[in-house]
Design a protein around this ligand. Structure first.
Ligand SMILES: Cc1ncc(COP(=O)(O)O)c(C=O)c1O
Length: 385
């Protein structure tokens, strides 16, 4: 399907709302029936008809149609956050007594779901280095049901060979889920490699303006309908119509923003890679990255995140570098218009929990600013190291 058609037309029934170019925000919890027969029909045909916004809302439906098409999926279901989508997707595939194999260093709260939450309900989880697909096979057990991927993963951006992991899953009857937030649906479509379910934090690139939260699961119609009847309706983590509207607006410019982010990020990374105060840059699209060929094979382009380690053993110098940046905001998320840093040093506290990553690491996200403006800022801040 044509990308321009998906972003500008698909799912929009303008003749039903005065030919307005932007869709209406149907801010309602309830949809009324005229007769008992009508209501009987609605009860039997949800989610194809609109009955109650915890199940289905027309503004949210427009977004779901577009996101499904962007991932080449039959169907999609939107949630109030990326984490709600991750949790619902994982819960939909396992029950007590099952085992999951999950890539190491996924997003922080996915890690918490795997290591702290699911074991309370009798689900076992093994975390593996996903750079070798055989690791998924090696730790599998007779009760393994699900292989979980996040490619590239969080903070150090290691890739999993999606086709190879899917092949192991298919040989053994496991299902597969991938968090595709990092690449966005513009630069990677894992369903093409045979993955069963793709999840996104729409809070990131899809929204693109740091003003809305959302999540989505994309997959085949049967699985998504099952998720609707079970996890979606019981967990109740729904997306509001207003948030869906903001995400539809974000989608209009997604490819343009991704293009700009990709080019600026490459320029900033090239600057940092040659800087004497930078020890290492973690970026899948660096020709020196051992996974560069894999990155080019399964992703269409780089996106805006990378991590550096600074050449110092002083926490004070790391903090001075971060604090002196003028045009990067210090914040947790990414994917918006604004460039950000997330210093790992901030997770070093007096508590007994020891962070697993070095305090010299700083994660970056490059937004829509002029890359030269950002490089100038980095130049002055690196003098602090
Ligand atoms: C890779 C990844 N997946 C999922 C999430 C969770 O998304 P949300 O914050 O929308 O719940 C995040 C959030 O930072 C993330 O980075």
């Amino acid at each position: 399907m044509d990308l321009s058609y998906i972003l500008n037309e698909l799912g929009e029934e303008r003749q039903n709302y005065y030919n307005a170019v932007a869709p209406p925000i149907l801010q309602t919890s309830n949809f009324a029936s005229n007769t008992v027969a009508d209501m009987r029909y609605m009860l039997q045909h949800e989610p194809e008809v609109h009955l109650y916004t915890r199940g289905n809302n027309p503004t949210v439906t427009i977004l779901e149609k577009k996101l499904a098409a962007l991932e080449g999926a039959e169907h999609a279901i939107a949630f109030g956050s990326g984490m709600a989508a991750v949790t619902a997707a994982v819960l939909s595939q396992v029950k007590a007594g099952d085992h999951i194999v999950c890539v190491k260093k996924p997003y922080t709260w996915t890690n918490a779901l795997m290591q702290r939450f699911l074991p309370r309900f009798g689900v076992e989880v093994s975390m593996i280095d996903g750079t070798d697909p055989e690791n998924y096979r090696e730790v599998a057990r007779p009760n393994t049901r699900l292989l979980y991927l996040e490619s590239p993963n969080s903070y150090t951006f290691e890739l999993q060979d999606i086709a190879a992991v899917v092949s192991i899953a298919k040989q053994n009857g496991y299902s597969t889920i991938i968090d595709n937030s990092h690449a966005s649906p513009i630069y990677q479509n894992p369903l093409q490699f045979g993955v069963d379910l793709v999840v996104h934090s729409c809070t990131k690139y899809i929204g693109g303006h740091s003003d809305v939260m959302g999540g989505v699961i994309c997959g085949n119609r049967e699985t998504i309908n099952k998720i609707f009847e079970r996890e979606y309706m019981t967990l109740g983590a729904v997306m509001s119509p207003h948030d869906a509207w903001l995400l539809i607006r974000g989608l209009r410019t997604l490819p343009v923003r991704m293009e700009r982010v990709a080019a600026s990020t490459r320029k900033v990374v090239a600057y940092l890679e040659q800087h004497p105060k930078v020890e290492k840059v973690f970026f899948p699209f660096s020709p020196s990255n051992p996974q560069y060929e894999l990155a080019k094979r399964q992703m269409r382009n780089n996106s805006g995140q990378f991590t550096i380690t600074l050449k110092t053993d002083s926490m004070e110098r790391v903090e001075a570098f971060c604090n002196s940046l003028q045009h990067f905001l210090m914040a947790a998320s990414w994917g918006g218009h604004e460039s950000l840093i997330f210093p790992i040093a901030a997770s070093y506290t007096d508590s007994k929990l020891k962070p697993s990553l070095p305090f010299t690491m700083v994660r970056f996200y490059i937004g829509l600013e002029d890359p030269d403006y950002l490089i100038k800022d980095l130049e002055q801040a690196l003098e602090q190291v």
